[in-house]
Design a protein around this ligand. Structure first.
Ligand SMILES: Cc1cc2nc3c(=O)[nH]c(=O)nc-3n(C[C@H](O)[C@H](O)[C@H](O)COP(=O)(O)O)c2cc1C
Length: 366
């Protein structure tokens, strides 16, 4: 696009040329069909948003064990693959690009979701006690004490990621994003509040980073590194995440990620005001940018002017928008013409039908 706004300019993104630098952030909407199978309604929702430079589709469990929410779409059965094909075809027909976010919730699950009704798994037997978990049919429950993963079980989960990456390719995605943010399994390995292991997966930064690196290795073996991204949330706070040295930990992790030559690193600039957390995390994109050489996407609460500024100042290459993409399917067009932005209704974020999902209108100029 011929524009003065950096976020509306095209960008080379792995093997793809994207028409703009606006990404749709991954958004769990809990509207999949039975068996976690994406539906025609989900396809319509994503196709409506296909003018985004990149769509990061919602977090999708790589196995039943990886699941911790009702009604989310999975990427581990043939029916789910077929359902996702509806989505990717619809987005591609509109000229869009779509990556799938691969998800394992780790300890943030419940026996009700788990194969054989067993407790969920985690790096260590440390439960999350911040809030109850929605188990669907049995309502809100305490999260159980998780089972600490054995080394063979860790290898088996890496195998699940490999299979999910293959499945995502069969389903027609343009790439995959590893969900390593927001207090789920990989984040639980990174942060020392939830990782108390004494083997090579715990202790030093390098050991706590090992699982993330091994999963990225397997994803890159399927897709090639230029079609794999990763999402981190160094600010902590989500689902009890906290580290004794978050600045040191994430500087280490982000520096090591350079070795992969990934399509991108996406970082969440979320500030939860975790007790005694370093103030640098309030505005963490500039802080961590200096450790990363590749394409960087930032996100959290940016408006159009702030997003352009992040790119102009070299702190990010793209900016992702979450809530605004719920209520503005034509967000890119609205940015381009300076149209007003519609705020979303939080009551329809999760679950339900077309209301608050596919019925947000495009801006009518007339
Ligand atoms: C309804 C909802 C669902 C979300 N689901 C996911 C998800 O599946 N994966 C993820 O990494 N982040 C998820 N997030 C976080 C968003 O991707 C994004 O980081 C957050 O909304 C902040 O960006 P914003 O201020 O532009 O909305 C979700 C947020 C919301 C509001």
């Amino acid at each position: 696009m011929n524009t003065k706004y950096p976020i509306l300019k095209s960008i080379q993104f792995g093997p793809y040329e994207l028409p703009n630098r606006v990404a749709m952030a991954p958004l769990t909407r809990r509207r999949a069909g039975a068996g976690g199978v994406p539906t025609a309604m989900n396809a319509l929702y994503y196709a409506q948003r296909a003018s985004a430079g990149l769509i990061m589709a919602e977090a999708s469990p790589i196995s039943q064990q990886a699941t911790g929410y009702p009604d989310v779409p999975g990427i581990y059965t043939q029916k789910q693959i077929e359902g996702w094909k509806l989505v990717t075809d619809a987005v591609h027909e509109k000229g869009g690009r779509i990556f799938l976010q691969l998800w394992h919730v780790g300890r943030f699950s419940h026996n009700d979701f788990q194969p054989g009704g067993k407790p969920p798994v985690a790096p260590s037997a440390v439960p999350f006690r911040g809030r109850q978990i929605n188990t669907g049919k049995n309502g809100y429950q305490e999260t159980p004490i998780p089972l600490a993963l054995t080394k063979p079980e860790i290898k088996s989960i890496i195998g699940d990621y490999w299979q999910a990456a293959k499945n995502a390719m069969e389903a027609g995605f343009d790439g995959v994003e590893l969900h390593a943010a927001n207090g789920y399994l990989i984040d639980q390995f990174l942060n020392d509040i939830s990782n108390h292991r004494t083997d090579e997966y715990g202790g030093s930064f390098g050991n706590r980073y090992r699982f993330l690196a091994e999963v990225l290795d397997t994803l890159c073996s399927v897709w090639g590194s230029d079609r794999v991204g990763v999402r981190l949330a160094p600010g902590g706070g989500s689902l009890g995440m906290r580290d004794s040295d978050p600045l040191g930990l994430f500087a280490y992790v982000i520096s090591r990620l350079n070795e992969f030559n990934l399509a991108y690193l996406s970082i969440l600039q979320q500030w939860f005001d975790v007790e005694n957390y370093p103030q640098e995390l309030k505005n963490l994109t500039p802080y961590f940018r200096k450790f990363y050489d590749g394409l960087l996407i930032t996100n959290h609460g940016f408006d159009f002017a702030q997003a352009n500024k992040m790119i102009e100042e070299g702190y990010a290459d793209m900016v992702a928008f979450g809530k605004w993409y719920i209520s503005n399917p034509d967000l890119v067009e609205r940015f381009a013409i300076g149209a007003p932005i519609t705020e979303p209704d939080p009551d329809t974020f999760y679950g339900g039908n077309e209301t608050g999902y596919t019925d947000y209108p495009i801006w009518d100029r007339t």
